[in-house]
Each structure stands twice: as structure tokens, then as C-alpha cells.
Design a protein around this ligand. Structure first.
Ligand code: ATP
Length: 268
């Protein structure tokens, strides 16, 4: 905040593993700046993360960054346009999920970046480990000037938990996810040509989509579906994500009994 107030133009990276409160902190900073009638532009690398931020959009769309970037790429912002004027008046740019985006995109502008390097890194088609690392923000000349801020405590466990057992389960899961992210689990390759990047998920963390243990998850996430299935705000805050499409079907079958118990007639 001091950097914005005094126009110092410093460059920050907010680093923290999942649930440590990065989004919460961005929202707090943005609310504070906007309450002072300052302009904070808020973007994320993916559209889904952008929806969690106030007036968020994707970095590529907001700054007219070319899809195929290289070291000489620039933002396609024309002189004298609304966007050019907006950028000139902007006090702070917040970019969530920054580790997912190619470093060339940040070299085209200055911003407060944030994210977790254990999550998704830039995707380089056909590239290996070295190409991915090379595309990462940590290989950018900007990184040497970056003020690194670290969030350590997992806030999600306490905010989501309803009792001691839920806190314990949340901590066990969070610890396992961290161990995966830190590369500390035993890994193996599927065949002799592929990288050693496969690990075994403990049995207690797996909910088979056609088993009975998934039903409480469906009931929890889509509680009240029969009454609210037409409500956009109800639906846009809920999702159950499966690793593959084929696992969706058995999961969807769990929804139908709910509707069958409560038939509705609609006219077209
Ligand atoms: N300082 C705080 N005080 C109270 N609750 C907080 C605080 N920080 C975060 N939380 C709560 O903890 C939960 C996780 O926070 P948040 O979504 O901001 O984490 P994150 O680091 O962005 O996670 P991810 O990397 O998975 O997106 C949210 O429910 C949020 O409301």
C-alpha cells in the first residue's frame, strides 16, 4: 500500500500455497484502493480464477497480450484509446495465478503478481521440464527486482471446518497436497520412455464416482438443487470436478433421483 500511496512503482510477488489467503488479500487491497477512488486492474491467468476476483478478467484479454508471445512481444494497446488512458491512471495491477503464464507476458508490463509455483506452470506444447522452467517468471530479469511476500498459514482449513474432525481431515489433506507440490512423494514412470511423474493417491482420498461415499459430496455441494436449479447465482458457485469426462456420467446419475422424486411440468 505504501508503494501505491507514494508512487514508488515497486514490484511484488505474493507467494503462498493453496488456501493461505492470496485471493482474500488481493480482495482486501483492491477494496481499500477502490474506496480511495484509485484504479486497481485485476486479472488472472485463467478465466475461472478471474471470476473469483472483483471485476476480474484474463490478463490476455485485459492487456491485449498476443496469444503467441516471444521476447519482443508487446501489448496491443493503441495510443489515445480508453485502455491506454486507463492504464496510465492505474495505481495497481493485480495478477493472480502468475506462475501459469509465460514470463514474456509480464515483461510487457509492471504488476503485483501472485500465485503458487506448486500449482500449474506455463504450458509449452511439446516442451519438457527445462522449457517450462525457462518460460516461468522466476527466469525473468524482472524477478531480481521482485519483493517476495510469503503467506504460510492455511486459512481454508479453519474457515471451512465445522468441527475438530473436519479440521484434522483438512490438515491431513492439505499436508498431503503440500508433499505432492514439494515433490517429496515417491514417483514412477508408466513406461521406460516417459518421465517419472506418477504417484499413488492414498485410498482414503479417493471417492469412486459410482460408490456410495460420493453421494454425501453431491448432497453437500448441490444442497437445495430442486428448488434453485434455475438460479444462475446458485449454479455458478457450485461444481464437482472429475479428472476425466467418463467419470461425469455415473456422478450425474446421482443427481437424477433428486429430480425424479420431484417431477416438474414445463411448457414450451
Ligand atoms: N485473513 C483471513 N481472515 C479470515 N479468513 C481468511 C483470511 N484469509 C483467507 N481466509 C479464508 O480462507 C479461505 C482460503 O482463502 P483464499 O481462497 O484467499 O486462498 P488462496 O491462497 O487464494 O487459495 P488457492 O491458491 O487455492 O486459490 C477462504 O475461505 C478465505 O475467506
Amino acid at each position: 500500500m505504501g508503494s501505491v500511496e507514494h508512487g514508488l512503482g515497486r514490484f511484488f510477488f505474493l507467494y503462498g500455497h493453496g488456501g493461505t489467503g492470496k485471493t482474500y488479500l488481493y480482495n482486501t487491497i483492491i477494496a481499500k484502493l477502490r474506496s480511495q477512488h484509485k484504479i486497481a486492474l485485476v486479472v488472472a491467468s485463467s478465466g475461472i480464477a478471474a471470476t473469483l476476483l472483483p471485476d476480474g478478467s484474463t490478463g490476455h484479454s485485459r492487456f491485449k497480450i498476443p496469444i503467441d508471445v516471444d521476447a519482443s512481444s508487446t501489448c496491443k494497446v493503441k495510443k489515445g484509446t480508453h485502455l491506454a488512458e486507463l492504464l496510465q491512471q492505474t495505481s495497481l495491477i493485480v495478477w493472480d495465478e502468475a506462475p501459469m503464464t509465460h514470463r514474456f507476458c509480464f515483461e510487457a508490463l509492471n504488476s503485483l503478481l501472485g500465485g503458487d509455483f506448486r500449482q500449474i506452470l506455463p504450458v509449452i506444447p511439446g516442451g519438457g521440464r527445462e522449457e517450462t522452467l525457462n518460460a516461468s517468471i522466476i527466469r525473468s530479469p524482472l524477478w531480481a527486482h521482485c519483493n517476495l511476500l510469503c503467506l504460510q498459514e492455511n486459512m481454508r482449513i479453519n474457515s471451512d471446518a465445522v468441527n475438530q474432525e473436519a479440521i484434522f481431515n483438512g490438515m491431513t489433506f492439505a499436508q498431503w497436497v503440500l508433499t505432492v507440490g514439494n515433490g517429496l512423494l515417491p514417483v514412477r514412470s508408466l513406461d521406460e520412455n516417459s518421465e517419472r511423474s506418477w504417484t499413488t493417491i492414498p485410498h482414503y482420498l479417493i471417492l469412486p464416482p459410482n460408490g456410495t461415499s460420493i453421494q454425501p459430496v453431491v448432497d453437500f455441494v448441490f444442497h437445495g438443487l430442486v428448488d434453485f436449479y434455475r438460479s444462475v447465482s446458485y449454479l455458478k458457485n457450485r461444481a464437482i470436478i472429475t479428472p476425466q469426462m467418463k467419470q461425469c456420467l455415473p456422478l450425474m446419475m446421482l443427481f437424477f433421483p433428486t429430480f425424479l422424486r420431484n417431477p416438474r411440468t414445463t411448457t414450451t
